[in-house]
Design a protein around this ligand. Structure first.
Ligand code: PLP
Length: 373
């Protein structure tokens, strides 16, 4: 993994556990994401990795006009940050349908869309839009192999036609998220993207024959987004993790690892030394993403040899031959295995300058999923 230098001169001002963001690496990752995609107009980055207005604001300053999120709280946060074109990449159900229409009613000047893969939801969105006197964007979600959501491209024509016919909806295009395509071999990933694109382009052709033009196809995550983005319009890549990068991607996608640097690390303190070769950190599973298996939740700098003995809510106890180097109160930095859920666990991100000084605190403004209207 390509690690940066991570100087910290203000640790006394940072209560732990805390996410620290090294601004110069974040900045480099944003530029690299744009370069890989072939330009800011080829991107619709996903904000779920950071959930902060400040990073959406930086994307906008760098020329990115299209934004993607998963929750209505994230959508509202994007709007607060100045975004004017936001896709909620999630099929909305229950009261969320009307909340979405209400958000559109409050922000008539912006383009809002959500994903659909179910005729009843298309109908519900259309009715909610009618009730609120707005037009809502609906983007058809395609299942290209992950089998999480979406309709196979070969079966999506009638849903697209339904959206097009709905009087209060705007057909916003097509979407695919192919997290099933994560081969460490970039050639293999590119070949799988080619197959997916052929399937989507066949659907596009059928849609055009039906008089429906596809102005956007939002595709991929960090491993493949650039492969779609490089095809040019209407394809746009939608990476999330590249802004922060993490140990999971660094190890699994080796061709991209040299291009990105982990920019958001967990700062933790040693809170106990319960034995000669034991160190216990305050990085419990309420502070670091717990979706990777126990023992694989992060690379602990200076304790790379450690094995996990216990990982509880507030404690991470480790056994290490290097334990004696640590004293209670010492700080350590951890590169999360999966960075995206980490920001969700913390109310603020501590922003660190290249000299190690604490520059700012950014509120994780979209941390709460619910939008209270
Ligand atoms: C629908 C969707 N799009 C884009 C992304 C971003 O993917 P990545 O984290 O690989 O950058 C995700 C991640 O979960 C996602 O669910």
């Amino acid at each position: 993994m390509t690690l940066g230098a991570y100087p910290l001169s203000d640790v006394e001002r940072i209560p732990t556990p805390a996410v620290v963001v090294f601004r110069h690496y974040l900045e480099a990752n944003l530029h690299q994401t744009i370069e890989l995609a072939g330009g800011p107009e080829r991107l619709r980055p996903h904000c779920k990795t950071h959930k902060t207005r400040e990073i959406v604001g930086r994307w906008i300053e760098l020329g990115v006009t299209a934004h993607k999120c998963a929750t209505l709280r994230e959508a509202a946060m994007c709007l607060e940050a100045g975004a004017r074109d936001v896709l909620v990449a999630y099929q909305l159900t229950g009261p969320l349908v009307d909340q979405f229409a209400q958000l559109a009613q409050t922000h008539q000047e912006v383009r809002l869309a959500s994903l659909v893969d179910t005729p009843a939801i298309v109908q519900a969105l259309d009715q909610a839009a009618a009730k609120r006197g707005v037009t809502l964007g609906a983007m058809v979600d395609l299942d290209v192999g992950l089998h999480r959501t979406g309709v196979p491209p070969e079966e999506a024509l009638s849903l697209c036609k339904q959206v097009q016919r709905a009087p209060h909806l705007r057909f916003a295009g097509l979407h695919n998220y192919d997290a099933n395509n994560r081969s460490p071999d970039v050639g293999e990933r590119a070949r799988a993207v080619t197959v997916t694109v052929e399937r989507i382009d066949t659907l596009r052709k059928r849609l055009e024959e039906a008089g429906i033009s596809v102005t956007e196809v939002v595709s991929g995550g960090s491993a493949t987004a650039h492969l779609y983005a490089r095809l040019g319009a209407p394809y746009r890549g939608s990476p999330g993790t590249t802004v922060f990068w993490d140990h999971g991607y660094a190890v699994r996608i080796p061709d991209l690892d040299p291009l990105f640097v982990p920019a958001a690390l967990l700062l933790s303190r040693v809170i106990s030394r319960p034995g000669v070769d034991y160190v216990t950190l305050d990085a419990g599973n309420k502070a670091i993403a717990a979706d990777p298996p126990v023992g694989q939740r992060g690379l602990i700098l200076g304790l790379e040899d450690a094995t996990t003995s216990v990982h509880n809510e507030e404690h991470w106890s480790l056994r290490s031959a290097w334990a004696s180097r640590f004293t209670v109160g010492d700080t350590v930095l951890i590169v999360p295995e999966h960075v995206c859920p980490c920001s969700n666990l913390h109310p603020v991100l501590y922003v660190i300058g290249p000299d190690g000084a604490l520059q700012e605190r950014w509120e994780v403004a979209a941390r709460q999923r619910a939008l209270v209207l």
